[in-house]
Design a protein around this ligand. Structure first.
Ligand SMILES: [Fe+2]
Length: 129
């Protein structure tokens, strides 16, 4: 996975993107150490916090600046939360659960952060500056 993250220049968004990257990295370590049974629950806790804090802040920024694609973007956030709940409900604390969560997060990072958040960032920068 590409980890050379390009900063957006918007502090709140950069901080949270970095937070997600660190969760993905720690999940890789857990898989490598075969430690899913012990540590997967903690990873979910971190992701719930990530989603609660980051999505709210990002949605606030979009709303404050009357971003036209706000609803579309919010739908993606809601899908992330729904998927997280679904994965947690089917959690077996085994390697497969870890790998499935890892794949989901990498896809989310590549798709959402690169596509949606970057489009949003471009818009916000034109408004904020
Ligand atoms: Fe987003």
């Amino acid at each position: 996975m590409e980890t050379n993250y390009t900063k957006t220049g918007i502090r709140v968004i950069d901080e949270h993107h970095n937070k997600l990257l660190s969760v993905i990295t720690s999940l890789s370590d857990i898989i490598n150490k075969k430690n899913c049974k012990v540590e997967l629950f903690e990873v979910f806790q971190k992701l719930v916090l990530y989603a609660e804090n980051y999505f709210v802040e990002e949605e606030y920024l979009m709303q404050q600046n009357s971003y036209k694609n706000f609803s579309k973007h919010k739908i993606e956030h809601n899908k992330f939360i729904a998927k997280l709940i679904n994965l947690q409900a089917n959690l077996n604390n085994n390697k497969n659960s870890c790998v499935e969560l890892h794949e989901f997060l990498v896809r989310w990072y590549e798709k959402h952060i690169v596509e949606y958040d970057n489009n949003t960032v471009e818009f916000l920068k034109s408004k904020i500056k």
